[in-house]
Write a protein that binds this ligand. Structure first.
Ligand code: FAD
Ligand code: FES
Ligand code: FES
Length: 496
């Protein structure tokens, strides 16, 4: 593909269309905001999606019809490519109050009233997450509970431990005079921004259909495919990689769909992690905590399920879950589609079966069978920090009992091999056996011996083996009704 040309980025900010020319494909949104537009209210803390200092809010029209609403998402601008906001509305911390200094947005006013603003690095990010919470919950009449506030602020770190007043501020917003955006006008203005036409000259391609994506992929097999950039963004900011050509899958309508079809959840690869988990949780509400512990909300708002699967990190979280649920992967190219069990996709460390002209198109997750048999699904994530951290070990167990006999079990594991894996030997050791302490203790040995985990900064090999067996034991205890061994049993207590 040719070098950057006059391809423009257009987005809406403060009621006006911002037009930028000649932006390199791997220039981040944060760089554009701070360095090109002098919007220095948005801060850079970590530059890797961890701290939330760079949080901005994106608005997107969610349909074509009359009266359509905007969706609001807090995202990390530090690892998001600037081109990805073409056609969206953008709010930075500078955009919340009007020119009149007396009229602060409730997100700002609540922070001030609750003495929640401490250092200038984290505060803008917290305010933007509060703004998204205000749009998505307060204005929808939903109460902000302590739990909700904690989940929504999970991507914002405060090193001076000022969380309590910040959570107070989240709850305070609803009591302040209401501020509403003029959504019909914003939607109309967004409709006026033309989608980027597919062009071989564009260094950053934003195809809108699967056919356009597959054509671009076939024509430019060396272009860097990106989705939410929550992995690729770090290659740019931390490894200083630059790509001459990028193909972004996030506008492909077919790949954003999530629907139930043919006995499966069919999840488009470009569905965000947040949307994909929301769908999966309707079938398996017991996964709520596991889903909330996948990164923080801004990462789940940008990152996609397809990106997690395609990246294939051995410590990625969705793959053990999808493997335990017996999910299948659909790869697509101009040559057609092919489908395979997810565990068969991986061939080695960060290696897989995807050809240079293919993309991950869909993930098919079989819906829970309606049967008289007892089923139990648990997903365990072991990480050094409870929130917003990467797994040292992830184990997901999906058990079906016929009476007290194991009629089926599927086990997905992460952090124990070069790829996400299925624990087939342990499954075989348990299948057809009574679901008893003796069978489980025997299977714990099998599971500890089944893989050869490495030692790294997250955990030693021996720790990982030990934990694998312990998690199976925990699963057994939970199946017997034990609750106190589970962190979910501990609820936040609000002190008067
Ligand atoms: C702060 C932080 C916390 C994180 N926490 C977690 C965590 O708790 N658990 C976890 O598992 N991960 C975590 N991640 C990693 C990351 O968020 C996930 O892997 C995410 O799902 C990647 O999706 P993406 O859309 O951002 O992919 P991108 O970064 O855009 O792409 C990742 C890879 O997938 C490829 N790709 C993307 N879409 C397709 C497609 N449709 N077809 C073919 N190839 C494609 C890209 O070419 C690239 O190689 C974290 C990341 C950050 C920054
Ligand atoms: S600067 Fe830390 S998340 Fe972006
Ligand atoms: S507000 Fe910045 S460290 Fe706490």
């Amino acid at each position: 593909m040719p070098t950057p040309n006059s391809q423009t980025i257009q987005f809406l900010r403060r009621g006006e269309v911002v037009t930028l020319n000649n932006v390199p494909p791997t220039r981040t949104l944060l760089e554009v905001l701070r360095e090109d537009l002098s919007l220095t209210g948005t801060k850079e803390g970590c530059g890797e999606g961890d701290c939330g200092a760079c949080t901005v809010v994106l608005g997107e029209a969610n349909g074509d019809g009359e009266g359509e609403q905007l969706t609001f998402k807090a995202v990390n601008s530090c690892i998001r490519m600037a081109h990805s906001v073409h056609g969206l509305a953008l709010w930075t911390v500078e955009d919340l109050s009007t020119a009149d200094a007396d009229s602060q947005h409730p997100a700002q006013e609540a922070m001030a009233q609750c003495h929640a603003s401490q250092c200038g690095f984290c505060t803008p990010g917290f305010v933007m997450s509060l703004f998204a919470m205000y749009q998505n919950h307060v204005l929808q009449g939903q109460p902000i509970t302590r739990e909700l506030a904690q989940t929504e602020l999970s991507g914002n770190l405060c090193r001076c431990t000022g969380y309590r007043p910040i959570l107070d501020a989240a709850q305070q917003m609803a009591s302040l005079p209401e501020v509403r955006l003029d959504q019909p006008t914003i939607t109309r203005q967004l409709a006026g921004i033309q989608p980027q036409a597919p062009s071989a000259n564009n260094p950053y391609q934003l195809p809108g259909t699967l056919a356009e994506l597959l054509a671009a992929r076939a024509a430019h097999p060396n272009a860097q495919l990106v989705a939410g950039c929550t992995d690729v963004g770090l290659w740019v900011t931390k490894l200083h990689k630059q790509f001459d050509a990028v193909i972004d899958v996030t506008r492909v309508a077919e790949l954003r769909c999530i629907e139930q079809r043919g006995g499966d959840w069919v999840i488009g690869a470009a569905a965000t992690l947040q949307d994909a988990f929301a769908a999966v949780l309707t079938s398996w509400p017991e996964l709520t905590t596991f889903a909330a512990r996948f990164a923080g909300l801004p990462v789940r708002n940008s990152g996609t399920l397809g990106g997690n699967v395609a990246n294939g990190s051995p410590i990625g979280d969705s793959m053990p879950l999808l493997i335990a649920l017996k999910s299948r992967l659909v790869l697509a190219s101009l040559r057609g589609e092919r489908e395979m069990p997810l565990e068969d996709f991986y061939t080695g460390y960060r290696q897989n079966l995807m050809a240079a002209d293919e993309v991950v198109a869909f993930i098919k997750v079989p819906l829970p069978a309606s049967s008289s048999q007892t089923t139990l699904l648990r997903a365990y994530k072991i990480s050094k920090r409870y929130d917003d951290d990467i797994s040292a070990v992830c184990l997901v167990l999906n058990l079906t009992l016929d009476g007290d006999v194991v009629s089926d079990i599927s086990i997905g594991a992460g952090g124990v091999a070069a790829t996400p894996v299925r624990a087939r030997q342990t499954e075989a050791a348990l299948r057809g056996q009574p679901w008893s302490q003796a069978s489980v203790e025997s299977a714990m040995h099998t599971l500890r011996a089944e893989f050869e985990p490495i030692s790294d900064m997250r955990a030693s090999s021996s720790y990982r083996r030990e934990v694998l067996g312990n998690l199976l034991q925990r699963f057994w205890l939970e199946s017997q009704g034990e609750q106190h061994i589970n962190l979910e049993a501990f609820k936040l207590k609000v002190l008067a």
